[in-house]
Design a protein around this ligand. Structure first.
Ligand SMILES: [Zn+2]
Length: 93
């Protein structure tokens, strides 16, 4: 049996990297209040909302389409990542 508490811990994995750009650069916003007073959460696939004071998945912005990530790259959108372990920039996607 899968312990639900364990499952949540797995879901909230600490990030190993963050996108160099702010979440709003990708059209991401808070899914709770719709606001953009946000930043990347310390957890993977999550954002932090300063207004709601929660880690939340957020609205996906470009990550949920309709613009494919490759096309977004062609539009000059950067998906470079900052590796939190090494402090080095990695070129994403
Ligand atoms: Zn919010």
């Amino acid at each position: 049996m899968h312990n639900p508490a364990e499952f949540i811990r797995e879901e909230l994995k600490a990030r190993k990297w963050v996108h160099v750009n702010h979440p709003t650069a990708y059209g991401v916003s808070c899914d709770k209040c719709g606001g953009v007073n946000i930043d990347w959460s310390e957890f993977e696939h999550m954002i932090w909302c300063y207004d709601c004071k929660v880690d939340t998945p957020g609205n996906p912005g470009v990550f949920g389409g309709p613009i494919p990530i490759n096309t977004a790259g062609l539009l000059g959108m950067s998906f470079d990542r900052l590796n939190l372990k090494t402090g080095e920039i990695e070129h994403g996607v």
